[in-house]
Ligand binder design. Structure first.
Ligand code: TPP
Ligand code: SF4
Length: 351
C-alpha cells in the first residue's frame, strides 16, 4: 500500500469535542484513492461521527479485508487499533478480536466484493451471531481495486466498462442482514452526510450487530452507458482506462433530501439511481415491515435509505456465550487456572 502521512501541525483554534479532541485526532493518512471516490466521503462521515461521539480513538479497533474500501481505515482514526485482514475475512478476525476483548469499539469496513462474494459466509455468520460491531459495506457494485469486474451486488442488466451485460441476479446485503437477525440495519449514500453521520454514530452506540450498506460510486470502473452504479469516464482516453494513476479526479457526489422523498442522483456519466429516504413516521422496530418495505421499493427500482430496523434491547455474542467481562489479556493466572480441585469437580460432573 502507498502511505502518505499527514503533517502533524494544526490550528490551535480548532474546535474540540467533549474530550478535548479535534477533528484532526480522528483523521488518518492522506487517501490514495481516486479523487472523487465515494469511499473518501464515507471516511469523512466516520471521522465526523467519532468526533461527535467524543470517542477515545485508542478505544477503536478497525478491521477490514482487501479492496479500495478496505484500504480506507488507513485514512481515519490513525490513533486506533487496525488490522487489514485477508480478502473477505474481516468478519472472523473481528469476531475473534471482539471475543478476546469486549472493551473496544469494533468497526468493520468492507467492500461489496469483499462481503458479498468471497466473504459472504463470513458476513452472514458474524451477523447471525450478533457480534457487537459496526459493519460498513462501501458498496459500488464493482471490484474497484482489481479494475472493475462485476460484484455480486451489481444489478442484473447493468453493463461493465467493457460493455458486458451482467446476467446474474444481485445480492441485497441489507435484505440478507435483516433476514439473518442484525439488530441495527441501515442503508445510505456516500454523498449524503446529513443522513450517514448520525447513522454511523447510532450504529456505534448500538449493542449488537449493526450493519450499514453505503452506496458509494466508483469513478473509475463504471465509465459506460448502461451502468446502474456509477459512470462513464474516460471515453476519449480508451488506452488509458486501466491506469488508475492517470484518472483525473471528479468532484464527489453530494446529496441532501427530505425524509419521505425520492432523490434521483445523476452520476457523472448521466446514469441515474433513485434513492428513497424513509418517511419520518416509518416504524424501524418492525423487522417484517422493513423487509416488505425494502422489497416493495426495490421492485420500483428505488434504493431505500435510512435506518430500516433497530432493536434497542439487543444483546450480543458475549451474552449468548456467557463469557467473562474481563478482556482475556487482563485475566490473572488464578482465574485462568483455578487449580486441580475445580478440574476434578468438572470431570466428576461429566461422568
Ligand atoms: C483471496 C483473494 N482473492 C482475490 C484477491 C484480489 N482482490 C483484491 S481486491 C478485490 C476486490 C475488491 O472489491 P470490493 O470489495 O468491491 O472493494 P472495492 O475495491 O470495490 O472498494 C479482489 C478480488 C485477493 N486480494 N485475495
Ligand atoms: S478504483 Fe473506484 S473504488 Fe477504487 S479508489 Fe478508484 S474510484 Fe474508488
Amino acid at each position: 500500500m502507498t502511505y502518505i502521512a499527514k503533517p502533524k501541525f494544526h490550528h490551535p483554534g480548532l474546535k474540540k469535542n467533549a474530550l478535548g479532541y479535534t477533528h484532526r485526532d480522528y483523521e488518518g493518512k492522506i487517501s490514495t484513492l481516486c479523487a472523487g471516490c465515494g469511499h473518501d466521503s464515507i471516511t469523512a462521515s466516520i471521522i465526523e461521527a467519532c468526533y461527535g461521539l467524543s470517542i477515545e480513538p485508542h478505544r477503536v479497533a478497525k478491521i477490514s479485508g482487501i479492496g479500495c474500501s478496505s484500504k480506507t481505515p488507513d485514512y481515519f482514526l490513525g490513533n486506533s487499533h487496525g488490522f487489514n485482514s485477508v480478502h473477505g475475512r474481516m468478519p472472523s478476525v473481528l469476531t475473534g478480536a471482539n471475543l478476546a476483548n469486549r472493551d473496544l469499539i469494533y468497526l468493520g469496513v468492507s467492500g461489496d466484493g469483499d462481503s458479498a462474494s468471497i466473504g459472504f459466509g463470513q458476513f452472514a455468520h458474524s451477523i447471525r451471531r450478533g457480534v457487537n460491531m459496526t459493519y460498513i459495506v462501501e458498496n459500488n457494485g464493482v471490484y474497484g481495486l482489481t479494475k472493475g469486474q462485476f460484484s455480486a451486488t451489481a444489478d442484473r442488466g447493468s453493463k461493465s466498462k467493457k460493455g458486458v451485460t451482467n446476467t446474474d441476479n444481485a445480492i441485497d446485503l441489507v435484505a440478507i442482514a435483516l433476514q439473518l437477525g442484525a439488530t441495527f440495519v441501515a442503508r445510505s449514500f456516500s454523498g449524503d452526510k446529513t443522513q450517514l453521520v448520525p447513522l454511523i454514530a447510532a450504529a456505534i452506540r448500538h449493542k449488537g450487530a449493526s450493519f450499514i450498506d453505503v452506496i458509494s460510486p466508483c469513478i473509475a470502473f463504471n465509465n459506460h452507458a448502461g451502468s446502474t452504479k456509477s459512470f462513464d469516464y474516460v471515453r476519449e482516453h480508451n488506452d488509458a482506462v486501466n491506469r488508475l494513476d492517470v484518472l483525473v479526479g471528479r468532484d464527489p457526489i453530494a446529496v441532501d433530501y427530505a425524509p419521505g422523498t425520492v432523490q434521483v442522483v445523476e452520476q457523472h456519466d448521466g446514469s441515474k439511481i433513485a434513492l428513497r429516504k424513509i418517511d419520518a413516521d416509518y416504524d424501524p422496530h418492525d423487522r417484517l415491515g422493513a423487509q416488505t418495505f425494502l422489497a416493495r421499493h426495490a421492485a420500483k427500482g428505488q434504493i431505500v435509505t435510512g435506518l430500516l430496523y433497530v432493536d434497542p434491547e439487543a444483546d450480543d455474542l458475549h451474552e449468548h456465550l456467557n463469557t467473562v467481562e474481563t478482556p482475556l489479556n487482563a485475566l490473572e493466572a488464578d482465574t485462568l487456572c483455578p487449580g486441580s480441585a475445580v478440574l476434578d469437580k468438572i470431570n466428576a460432573s461429566l461422568r
